[in-house]
Design a binder for this molecule. Structure first.
Ligand code: ADP
Ligand code: MG
Ligand code: MG
Length: 352
């Protein structure tokens, strides 16, 4: 009999549309010739307001690729579709908050059904840029200097705020990057070069998240490595992203033609090996499982490799970096999706 796979996509996140594209690519791969006999796809679509849709509505979003803008129900009426009880394995392909951050993974854990990707700890640690950096530091991974802040430090006390900015200027200098700790797709991130920009960026970042991080800016090439597996995970070849804009911001990420992916990255063999080693250390440091894309800064002037972040549910469209890295490492898209499901089953059985 076919394994009934719940494909969970959409989500209450700024990366809702990317998730739909990722889900379409995965559905396509699950119905490819080599997988069609093994898996039955059952789509579950989470609307932007958080409402779960199954059945025809979910299938329609999957087929058309078009998000549902308005809820047909009261948004706070959270209901669980009846079809969920028949699912034998979940494949969550949700990016960003409320999906990549451990919340959905907690729900799926409570269901006692295997699911693709990291569990609660790995997802939450990988999502939070402060928690992630603490884990990376503990694993001895080099990274940029940073300061962690809370919204209340920024908003609540007008006497403390100038001192906070003084401290950031003294320790990190300009340019620095101000980021909400728990987002993705560069949402809410600003590169700042002056006191007034710093103040405005902190205020803005605080509107997105309770936790805020400020990092020293580096001039570097941006390289990425894909990881696949559980306790004995493997690293792919390394890819590079090139673009003309000031940094890899939202517009650069999602406007066709603004960024190029170079696979493999034109780098010396020694650097590639070091990046692969660091990617596996990072994967283990946050307790990731199944898949992750680990992103680095390569400072060509000094030869330094700094870890930037881990993404535990990276973009998974046909043209995304993660599946492309594996394709060129020797695992084509349909096989990759099959392996992720097999790793989920192994993880659930407790073997690895
Ligand atoms: P996200 O999780 O939203 O992708 P990142 O931390 O990866 O957030 O930051 C997005 C982009 O901002 C990076 O890809 C890079 O172009 C730029 N950036 C972020 N932090 C730094 C930094 N410390 N120095 C230089 N560039 C940075
Ligand atoms: Mg990210
Ligand atoms: Mg990033």
């Amino acid at each position: 009999a076919k394994l009934r796979v719940g494909l969970l996509f959409g989500g209450r996140s700024g990366e809702h549309e990317v998730s739909i594209s990722s889900a379409r690519a995965i559905a396509n791969a699950l119905s490819a010739e080599e997988n069609a006999d093994k898996y039955e796809i059952v789509p579950f679509y989470i609307q932007k307001d958080g409402f779960w849709q199954a059945g025809e509505v979910a299938q329609q979003v999957l087929d058309s690729g078009v998000a549902i803008e308005n809820s047909a129900v009261t948004p706070n009426l959270w209901q669980f579709p009846a079809q969920a009880s028949e699912i034998e394995l979940w494949f969550p392909i949700l990016h960003g908050p409320n999906g990549e951050d451990g919340t959905i993974q907690g729900l799926l854990s409570l269901m006692q059904v295997p699911f693709v990707g990291s569990g609660v700890l790995g997802s939450a640690t990988g999502m939070d840029k402060i928690g992630m950096k603490v884990a990376f530091a503990q694993a001895g991974l080099p990274q940029v200097k940073y300061q962690a802040l809370t919204r209340s430090q920024i908003w609540s006390n007008p006497c403390v705020f100038p001192k906070l900015c003084d401290q950031i200027e003294a320790e990190l200098g300009y340019p620095c990057f101000v980021k909400p700790a728990n987002l993705g797709s560069s949402v809410g991130i600003a590169k700042v070069r002056s006191r007034s920009e710093l103040e405005a960026a902190l205020d803005n970042a605080a509107s997105y998240d309770r936790r805020i991080i400020v990092e020293a800016g580096v001039v570097a090439r941006e390289v990425e490595c894909a990881v696949l597996g559980n306790d004995q995970a493997q690293a792919s070849i390394v890819g590079e992203i090139t673009f003309d804009s000031d940094f890899y911001d939202y517009e650069t990420k999602y406007t066709q033609g603004k960024a190029d992916l170079l696979i493999p990255a034109p780098l010396p063999e020694g650097i590639i090996q070091r990046i692969q080693e660091m990617a596996l250390l990072a994967f283990a440091a946050v307790d990731a499982a199944g898949l992750s894309r680990v992103d680095f800064f390569y400072v060509e002037a000094t030869g330094e490799i700094l870890i930037n972040e881990i993404n535990t549910l990276p973009g998974f469209t046909a043209t995304s970096m993660y599946p492309q890295l594996w394709a060129q490492t020797g695992i084509p898209f349909a096989k990759l999706v099959d392996q992720l499901i097999q790793f989920a089953l192994l993880r659930h059985s407790g073997e690895q």
